[in-house]
Ligand binder design. Structure first.
Ligand SMILES: Nc1ncnc2c1ncn2[C@@H]1O[C@H](COP(=O)(O)OP(=O)(O)OP(=O)(O)O)[C@@H](O)[C@H]1O
Length: 415
């Protein structure tokens, strides 16, 4: 295959320096010498091997863009953080986010491909979820039917179960961090996640107020797992009703409502689902349903709970010596692109901060999606982000104004 087929932006066909080079070498050459590539980088239209294609949105700490890898042509989401605005605390959160994402391997969790650092910015290259957020879907089309809720919720529960089995707690589960890739659910945004053992007491207060468990407001310490379980209860309530169980116009009043703990569930919600919500939203953390009993509940009977993926190498230099067929096939693809064993070994020390790691992970994921039906992108979509979801105007959830207002604001210390 020629470079013209491979690269989304091609170089000067008459440039003799491109002759006899592999696609990888050509791209590296173009990035360093071709005026168009250099200009793209200056205009923030390029980040390393990725060409920026558009905005996906802006969060509290970052901007997220859609981009295409020039070598593999796969779409990715790039979360961009401004280093000048990062204090010690946010740097710590970022390194935890990277660590947590590398620790989980599940079909319902967004994958981390690469981290690219420049003088001023950090770029986190992630699996792209093309079909928008659960939040946008509900605020646009209204509550979900229970059948759809059951299928979506079981995927979310599987993902959280896997995190907890790996001793990772998320601490920011909410509809804005649940994405669709086709009909498949992808849990993302590990910005507040933490490695935490069973029984470990935590004291940093993270998350979004409407999803915060009562102990976050009133106790000095909390156990991470129970906070995630509470957030699942809020999320499920929101999915089946389209409104939030605890509503107020200030964080102070909201805090009071949550500590008070009284909420009503509309009568159209089935008894089995009401049972789940009431038992997830128990004031006392230890009385909340466990993920195990949730999976075995009547309401989720017959649902599929996607299993974690079998173990695979995350680093190309480990894959060189792996007996796994997925890894071997991926290395073969990399070699065809000109990413030789020598190149792979040279990048070894850079770990996730290397474009070779990015290409390896993207190609491995692509291959796995082709090979395993439970990973394949389901193209039957309810709405395409490309046409609607990314440009949705934020709407109001029963008293909570949208994303832009402070009720959605993440606070790391809840007063
Ligand atoms: N992997 C992804 N694939 C597709 N879109 C994404 C991905 N990650 C984030 N986005 C989109 O990018 C936008 C910004 O995301 P980000 O997580 O930074 O902010 P947020 O969730 O709106 O706010 P917060 O700062 O509270 O997390 C959102 O609209 C989100 O849907």
């Amino acid at each position: 295959m020629t470079l013209q087929h491979r690269l989304s932006v091609v170089g000067d066909e008459n440039d003799p320096n491109l002759d006899n080079k592999t696609p990888y070498e050509q791209l590296v050459y173009l990035l360093n010498n071709d005026q168009r590539y250099l200009k793209e980088a200056t205009l923030n239209k390029r980040v390393g091997f990725y060409r920026i294609r558009g905005d996906l949105g802006t969060g509290n700490f970052s901007q997220v863009k859609m981009a295409v890898n020039s070598l593999t042509r796969e779409r990715v989401a790039i979360k961009i953080l401004d280093k000048t605005k990062m204090d010690e605390k946010t740097q710590k959160l970022l390194s935890r986010e990277i660590k947590s994402m590398d620790y989980v391997k599940h079909p319902n969790i967004i994958r981390l491909y690469e981290v690219h650092e420049t003088l001023a910015k950090i770029h986190i290259v992630l699996e792209y979820a093309p079909n928008g957020e659960l939040f946008s879907k509900i605020t646009t089309f209204g509550k979900l039917q229970e059948t759809e809720c059951r299928s979506n919720f079981s995927q979310i529960v599987s993902a959280v179960s896997h995190m907890h089995d790996r001793n990772i707690i998320h601490r920011d589960l909410k509809a804005e961090n649940i994405f669709y890739s086709g009909k498949r659910i992808k849990v993302g945004d590990f910005g507040f996640s933490k490695c935490s053992q069973v029984g470990e007491q935590l004291s940093t207060y993270c998350g979004s107020p409407p999803y915060a468990a009562p102990e976050l407001f009133k106790d000095e310490h909390y156990e991470g797992r129970y906070v995630d379980i509470w957030a699942l209860g809020i999320l499920l309530y929101f999915m089946v009703t389209g409104i939030m169980p605890f509503r107020a116009d200030t964080v102070g009043k909201l805090k009071k409502c949550i500590i008070d703990g009284t909420f009503t569930i509309p009568s159209f919600v089935s008894d089995n689902c009401q049972f789940i919500i009431r038992n997830l939203l128990k004031r006392s953390p230890k009385e909340r349903l466990t993920l195990h009993s949730l999976e075995r509940s009547d309401w989720l009977e017959g649902q599929e709970f996607p299993k974690p993926l079998h173990s695979f190498e995350l680093m190309a230099h480990h894959a060189l010596h792996s007996s796994g067929t997925d890894e071997q096939q991926t290395i073969k693809c990399l070699n065809e692109l000109g990413v030789t064993s020598k190149v792979i070994k040279e990048c070894k020390d850079k770990g996730v901060r290397s474009n070779v790691t990015g290409i390896y992970r993207i190609m491995l994921h692509k291959l796995q999606k082709q090979k395993y039906p439970y990973l394949a992108d389901d193209s039957t979509t309810h709405s395409s982000r490309d046409t609607s979801a990314s440009t949705l105007s934020p709407s109001t959830i029963d008293g909570y104004s949208s994303k832009k207002k402070n009720i959605k604001t993440k606070v790391c210390t809840i007063l």
